[in-house]
Design a binder for this molecule. Structure first.
Ligand SMILES: Cc1cc2nc3c(=O)[nH]c(=O)nc-3n(C[C@H](O)[C@H](O)[C@H](O)COP(=O)(O)O)c2cc1C
Length: 193
C-alpha cells in the first residue's frame, strides 16, 4: 500500500484507473471513510441526489462488471460502490428550494460526478486503487433491485491494483489548449502594473 499523498495535487496525479485487482479486500473502516467523502460532496441546491450501494458479493460484482460498456478489466475489484442517481424529494434535509426547478434537471447528473470524484480521491488518500465504470443502467438497476425513477448511473470499483499490471498513461490536454484569460480563445494573460 502506498503512503498517503503529501498534498492534494500529488493525490490527483497519483489517482488513476486500476484495471487489474488483487484478491485483497478493502476493510469496512476504509469503505466507511470513502462513503463519508461521497456523502459530504457538494451538489446544486444541496440536492444530494445520490445513494450508495456497497457490493462485496463476487458473483454480483462480476455480473455488474459485465454490464459496463467499455474498459479493459482483467480482474474484478473486490468491492464496488454503485452510485444511484435519486430523484429530489421536497422535504429532504438541507434542500435549498429557491429557483430549484430552473437548475435541477441539468445539474442532477453533474452532481453525481462530484460524489464519484470525492469517493475515488478519498480512496487514493487511503492507498486504495479505484476505477469508475458506466453500466448499462437498465441492467445494473435490475441486478441491484432498483426501480422507479432511480438510476444506477456509475460504479466505482475499489481494491488493490496488481503490481506492474496493465494501465494507461495519464494523458491530458495541454494547458495551452484549455486555459484562456478573460475571453474564450484569449491566450495572453493581461499584464498588471
Ligand atoms: C463518468 C465516468 C465514466 C467512466 N466510465 C468508464 C467505463 O465504463 N469503463 C472504463 O474503463 N473507464 C471508465 N471511466 C474511466 C475513464 O476512462 C478514465 O478516468 C480516463 O480514461 C482517464 O484515465 P485515469 O482515470 O487513469 O486518469 C469513466 C470515467 C468517468 C469520469
Amino acid at each position: 500500500m502506498l503512503a498517503p499523498p503529501p498534498n492534494f495535487l500529488v493525490l490527483v496525479r497519483q489517482r488513476k484507473t486500476a484495471y487489474e485487482f488483487t484478491a485483497q479486500k478493502v476493510n469496512s473502516e476504509s469503505i466507511q471513510k470513502i462513503l463519508e467523502a461521497g456523502r459530504l460532496s457538494p451538489s446544486s441546491h444541496n440536492s444530494q441526489p445520490w445513494s450508495f450501494i456497497i457490493v462485496t458479493d463476487d458473483a454480483l460484482i462480476d455480473k455488474l462488471m459485465k454490464t459496463c460498456v467499455y474498459g479493459n478489466f482483467h480482474t474484478n475489484p473486490p468491492a464496488l460502490i454503485a452510485i444511484v442517481l435519486e430523484p429530489i424529494y421536497e422535504n429532504q434535509p438541507g434542500l435549498l428550494k429557491e429557483s430549484l426547478a430552473k437548475f435541477t434537471e441539468s445539474h442532477r447528473y453533474l452532481n453525481i460526478g462530484f460524489a464519484a470524484s470525492n469517493i475515488v480521491n478519498q480512496a487514493t488518500y487511503l492507498g486504495i486503487d479505484s476505477c469508475i465504470l458506466s453500466p448499462v443502467v437498465e441492467q445494473a438497476n435490475k441486478l441491484l433491485g432498483i426501480s422507479g425513477k432511480k438510476e444506477a448511473i456509475l460504479l466505482v470499483g475499489l481494491g488493490f491494483g496488481k503490481k506492474s499490471s496493465f494501465s494507461h498513461e495519464k494523458t491530458r490536454k495541454n494547458f495551452e489548449d484549455i486555459v484562456y484569460y478573460n475571453l474564450y480563445g484569449c491566450k495572453v494573460r493581461e499584464q498588471h502594473g
